[in-house]
Design a protein around this ligand. Structure first.
Ligand code: ADP
Length: 669
């Protein structure tokens, strides 16, 4: 059925029900209240035949309780006094069924105002109606039975006369008849009814109840939680009254729209909006991560972990929820874990509806880790990637425990959306952090560069001052000193220019097949005076020939930069420069026996402006190794480092011998 056809069918079903006939019985009584007339309808309703009742007091028809209270006589007396009265009375049929009826008694008097009798109109509100309405309900059922909305019909006593299949399913019953057979109290006690804000909703305010009380309520939106299973659903309920002859509501038709999906989507959108608002409150990367975990634990999970690898470095695990002391231990276990137990790249979105031991075992991490995870009593879990393709990889892990919530496919979708949004926001924070870092580095660099340029300049100007008054014999020596200072200045300016060129990606190589040995030797020769000053012996060890396709000037620059460092950090010990061919690659190795570099700094010192030995009073711009790496990369090669603090350093430049398939310009970093 199409949605429009469904609507028409529903409307038709409701119309049939809406036209249900009123149900009433009229009795004639004498002045004492004895029954004078008995109709077919009365016989149907009360199951007594005329012979049983004619001439007997009308009290025969009500329950013991009514009789003991003298309610009928009082009603007759009141009618005699006032002309007419109306009340709801409790009747009992011959077979013992009790029902309520709205009773109107009108007294009949002659011209002398003498009471002659009564007319009693009984409108049945109960069980008997069902028999009468059965035909109509059956007719309506043909179109309502499989309608996509739940339909129930209740009588004035709140008893359910009809339910369709959707209503039965929504209420968790196997069939409409099972639902109808359940007493109202039993049905209601299965559920907790909550309003939109999550507060308890009193069953008396249900629209069906209110229309039977004569009101015309608006539809209500309810959250229904099945107490035993925890299943939740949202329903929009509206009710319509079917009125009897007197205009009183006799039946309530309830229509239940299942709006769980709609409501869930609304809540998700709201959650995403609020999460975004929460995350953008800070620009700090770590704080954003913490806030993300906190938010997720407050509404989507009982337990949340964010495991990230940033630029190849595993970050401290962010965990929220559960018992803090367990989490601390789990965190330290995770930080020790270096294997790929939760391989960070290529994480696939995964839903584990029911977490079992074997799932936890698969995570690895050893017996203690398994013990801890088991003590968290995880019942359901979701894993989604949280990553930025270029810079980071990681997993967002969500789990439930004490709430007993079982995740489903839609939760997985939601987790993906959250992670996508969070990834974007974390990326912003990351860029912001990188920008701050870049600004800090540039500022540091500017002060270092200014200092580096000022020192030789100051010496030079002092030298020129003294030159004027110098005795002629000392002039050549001082001029030589001046020339060296100017060379040093020129070299610094050259390095700065190079850095500028490399940053803007303009490193053009002129590749020529050359024997590299002589180039290395020549470069090293130039350093002889500096080596002497530094107190280091230089030894060159080059196999010949060492032919490779290289840019001569640039390779010269690589050797110069590495030798400069070896002399600077070489602690007056010998420096060895070697070149040769291994595995069809050209290797140029520069080794010293100086202060060395701690392994934690191996990666860092190749970055722009990064220095490791600043506090030991070595001047420098932090650009030499970066330039070396850029040149080497432009040749399609790499630079390896072997060093430990206090044990010297070896830099091994590896260049391909030929460039049939290669690039000639540097990647700007
Ligand atoms: P600079 O030497 O101007 O500081 P570099 O980029 O050439 O800049 O080197 C970066 C850092 O690497 C240096 O600051 C130093 O800490 C470290 N370094 C480079 N070469 C050596 C070496 N041969 N021995 C010890 N440390 C070195």
């Amino acid at each position: 059925m199409h949605a429009s056809e469904e609507r028409v069918a529903l409307a038709e079903g409701l119309r049939v029900l809406g036209e249900l006939p009123p149900d009433h019985v009229v009795l004639m009584l004498d002045a004492h209240g004895d029954i004078l007339s008995w109709s077919v309808e009365a016989e149907e309703l009360f199951e007594h035949n005329a012979a049983d009742v004619l001439g007997r007091h009308v009290e025969l028809l009500v329950t013991e309780h009514e009789r003991a209270a003298g309610a009928v006589q009082r009603e007759l007396d009141e009618a005699a006094a006032k002309g007419s009265v109306e009340r709801t009375a409790e009747y009992r049929t011959r077979s013992g069924k009790v029902f309520h009826g709205i009773t109107t008694v009108t007294s009949l008097k002659d011209v002398h105002e003498v009471l002659r009798g009564h007319v009693m109109l009984i409108e049945s509100m109960s069980r008997q109606i069902e028999d009468r309405y059965a035909f109509k309900l059956e007719q309506a059922d043909r179109v309502l039975r499989t309608a996509p909305v739940g339909v129930t019909v209740q009588d004035a006593d709140g008893r359910m006369l009809y339910a369709n299949e959707t209503a039965a399913r929504l209420c968790g019953y196997p069939s409409p008849s099972a639902l109808i057979a359940s007493p109202r109290g039993a049905i209601l006690s299965r559920f907790a009814l909550l309003d939109e804000s999550g507060a308890a909703f009193p069953p008396d305010l249900l629209p069906g109840h209110r229309v039977l009380a004569g009101e015309e309520p608006d539809p209500v939106l309810l959250q229904v939680r099945e107490r035993t299973s925890g299943r939740r659903w949202w329903s929009r309920i509206f009710a319509k009254a079917v009125r009897g002859a007197s205009g009183r509501p006799e039946l309530a038709i309830n229509v239940w729209h299942d709006v769980t999906e709609e409501q869930r989507r609304k809540e998700q959108v709201q959650h995403l909006l609020e999460l975004t608002a929460e995350l953008v409150k800070t620009l700090d990367f770590e704080e954003r991560l913490e806030r993300l975990a906190e938010d997720l634990v407050s509404r989507f999970a009982d337990w949340c972990a964010i495991d990230l690898v940033e630029s190849g470095v595993r970050q401290p695990l962010v965990v929220r929820g559960a018992k803090p002391e367990l989490l601390d231990e789990l965190r330290s276990l995770a930080s020790r874990r270096t294997d790929g137990s939760l391989a960070m790249t290529n994480i696939q979105p995964t839903l584990i509806r029911e977490v079992r031991r074997e799932h936890l075992q698969k995570l690895g991490g050893g017996t203690r880790c398994l013990e801890l995870l088991e003590s968290l009593r995880i019942c359901s879990a979701i894993v989604v990637p949280i990553a930025n393709e270029r810079r980071s990889a990681g997993a967002l892990v969500l789990a439930t425990s004490q709430s007993g919530r079982v995740y489903d496919q839609r939760d997985l979708e939601m987790a993906r959306e959250i992670s996508e949004r969070a990834s974007g926001l974390l990326d912003n924070a990351r860029s912001y952090r990188a920008a701050l870092e870049a600004v800090r580095m540039r500022d540091d660099f500017l002060s270092v560069a200014a200092h580096e340029l000022r020192t030789p300049l100051a010496s030079l100007s002092l030298l020129l001052e003294t030159l004027r008054e110098s005795p002629a014999a000392q002039v050549p020596q001082r001029v030589e000193l001046g020339v060296r200072l100017v060379r040093r200045l020129a070299k610094l300016v050259e390095v700065l220019l190079d850095a500028g060129r490399l940053t803007s990606g303009h490193l053009e190589l002129e590749l020529v097949e050359t024997d590299v040995g002589p180039i290395v030797k020549e470069a090293v020769m130039r350093f002889a005076p500096e080596a002497e000053l530094a107190g280091c012996e230089l030894c060159v060890d080059c196999d010949e020939p060492c032919r490779a396709e290289i840019d001569r000037l640039r390779v010269d620059q690589v050797v110069s930069n590495l030798v400069t460092n070896a002399l600077k950090y070489g602690a007056k010990k010998p420096v060895r420069i070697a070149c040769g061919i291994r595995n069809d690659d050209l290797h140029i190795e520069v080794s010293d026996q100086g202060i060395g570099i701690a392994p934690r700094d191996h990666e860092r010192i190749f970055r722009r402006f990064e220095r490791a030995a600043t506090e030991r009073g070595f001047p420098g711009l932090g650009l030499g190794l970066w330039i070396v790496r850029e040149i080497v990369a432009a040749h399609g090669g790499r630079i390896d480092i072997r060093s430990e603090e206090g044990h010297g350093a070896t830099f091994d430049v590896v260049l391909p011998r030929s460039h049939e398939r290669d690039v000639t310009s540097s990647p700007a970093s």
